[in-house]
Write a protein that binds this ligand. Structure first.
Ligand SMILES: *Cc1c(COP(=O)(O)O)cnc(C)c1O
Length: 375
C-alpha cells in the first residue's frame, strides 16, 4: 500500500536526533515556553527572512491572533477565497467579522486579483461593512499573486494577512512565504510541508508593534507584569516538545523542498502524455512546496474509486467550496456564485505526495491513472 503522505520515511531519517531533542526537554522540564521555543522562532525567521516570529498552538489560532491584533470584529469585512481549508474563513467569523468570498484563478487556485478588486469596490459601495483586509491563501504550497494583490491592498488601505499554512518556505521572485503579507501565518499540523508531531503554528511580521501585540495575545493578553493583563487574549502557545521536534525537522527542510521539486517534476513528466489531465501550473517566478500535488481530472469520483481499488490513496481538497458549506448558509450564497471554485471542487484530485515518494510507486500511480482516464 502506497501511503498518501510518507511521514515514516522522514521519521526514520531523523529519529535519533528527535529523540535526543525530546530527551533534553524531558530533562530540563520547561514544557511551556522552554528554550527550544525561542530557538525555533529565531531559526524560522532566518529561514524565510522575517524579523519577528511568534510560534503558537496551530495555524488557525495564528490567523485569529493576527485578526485580533488588527482589532477586526463585528461590522468588518475580510476578503478571502471559498477554495481553502475551512479555518481561513472560520478565523474571520470567530472574531465576529464577515468573510467576503472572492473566486480563484483557474490556473493557480489562488485568489483572483481582478475579482478581488471588484469585490472590494462592491463592498465599499454597499456601505454596510467596513473593508479591513485580505487573507490570500498560498494554496497547495504555491504563493498567491502578491505583485497584483499588494497594490490593490494599498489602494484600498487593507491589511494583507498571508495564510501560508500550506506554503512555509515557498518562493516568489526569490522571496519566501510567508513574508508577503503584513502578517503571515503558517501551520505545523503533521501533514503540512513542515509539520510537527501534534498541533503547532506561527505568525510572522516585520512590524514590531504588531509583533508585540500578538505576543501578548498568545498568552492571555499579558502585560509586562504577568498578572496585569492588558487585553483579552488566548492560550495559544506552542509546546516546547513540538518546538524541539520542529528544530530537527527544519534542519532538513531546505533539502526536502528540493526533493519535493524532484518528485513533482517526475509526476508532471510522467503525466505529460495523458491529455485528459491537467497538472499543477507553477508560474516562472514561483517555487511551490507542494503541500499537495493536485491534478484536475474529468469524472474525478470514478477515477478516484479505480485508484482506490488499485491500492492508491488520493484525497479531495476541497470537495465543498466554503460558500456552500452548512456553516455559511446564513451568508446566502448559492451554486453559481463562485464558478471557478465550484468547478475545481468537482475536478480536483490530490495524488500521494511526500519528499520520500519512491520512483517505482510514482510510476505505478501514473500508469493506473493513465489507464483509468482512457478507459
Ligand atoms: C491547515 C490549514 C489551516 C489551519 O491550520 P491548523 O494548524 O490545522 O489549525 C489554515 N489555513 C489553511 C489554508 C490550512 O491548510
Amino acid at each position: 500500500m502506497i501511503p498518501f503522505i510518507d511521514l515514516h520515511a522522514q521519521l526514520e531519517r531523523i529519529r535519533s536526533k528527535v529523540n535526543a531533542r525530546m530527551d533534553q526537554v524531558l530533562d530540563h522540564g520547561k514544557f511551556i515556553m522552554g528554550p527550544e521555543v525561542k530557538e525555533l522562532e529565531e531559526r524560522l525567521c532566518e529561514f524565510i527572512g522575517s524579523t519577528h516570529c511568534i510560534s503558537c498552538s496551530n495555524g488557525t489560532d495564528a490567523l485569529v491572533m493576527a485578526l485580533m491584533a488588527y482589532g477586526v470584529g463585528p461590522g468588518d469585512a475580510v476578503f478571502t477565497t471559498p477554495f481553502t481549508f475551512f479555518a481561513t474563513a472560520e478565523a474571520v467569523s470567530i472574531v465576529g467579522a464577515t468573510p467576503i468570498f472572492v473566486d480563484i484563478d483557474e490556473q493557480t487556485f489562488n485568489i483572483d486579483p481582478q475579482a478581488l478588486r471588484r469585490a472590494v469596490e462592491q463592498t465599499k459601495e454597499a456601505g454596510k461593512l467596513q473593508c479591513r483586509g485580505i487573507i490570500p491563501v498560498d494554496l497547495f504550497g504555491l504563493p498567491a499573486d502578491y505583485p497584483q494583490l499588494l497594490p490593490i491592498a494599498e489602494e484600498h488601505d487593507l491589511f494583507v494577512l498571508e495564510d501560508a499554512a500550506q506554503a512555509f518556505g515557498a518562493e516568489l521572485d526569490g522571496r519566501k512565504c510567508p513574508t508577503f503579507g503584513h502578517i503571515g501565518t503558517t501551520s505545523f499540523f503533521p501533514a503540512k510541508p513542515l509539520g510537527c508531531y501534534g498541533d503547532g503554528g506561527a505568525v510572522f511580521t516585520d512590524d514590531s508593534d504588531l509583533a508585540a501585540v500578538m505576543e501578548s495575545i498568545r498568552v492571555h493578553g499579558k502585560g509586562s507584569d504577568k498578572y496585569d493583563n492588558v487585553c483579552m487574549g488566548l492560550n495559544a502557545r506552542l509546546d516546547t516538545l513540538q518546538a524541539a521536534i520542529l528544530l530537527e525537522k527544519l534542519a532538513i527542510y531546505g533539502e526536502e523542498i528540493e526533493l519535493r521539486q524532484e518528485v513533482a517534476g517526475r509526476y508532471t513528466e510522467l503525466l505529460s502524455d495523458v491529455s485528459q489531465l491537467s497538472t499543477p501550473y507553477i508560474p516562472d517566478n514561483s517555487k511551490s512546496v507542494y503541500a499537495q500535488y493536485s491534478i484536475l481530472v474529468p469524472e474525478r469520483d470514478r477515477i478516484q474509486q479505480i485508484l482506490k481499488d488499485a491500492g492508491i490513496p488520493t484525497m479531495i481538497y476541497y470537495p465543498t467550496p466554503l460558500h456552500l458549506s452548512t456553516a455559511y448558509k446564513d451568508l446566502g450564497h448559492c451554486l453559481g456564485n463562485f464558478p471557478v471554485s465550484e468547478r475545481m471542487s468537482c475536478e480536483i484530485l490530490a495524488l500521494p505526495f511526500s519528499p520520500y515518494l519512491k520512483e517505482k510507486d510514482q510510476e505505478r500511480i501514473c500508469q493506473e491513472l493513465a489507464t483509468a482516464v482512457t478507459a
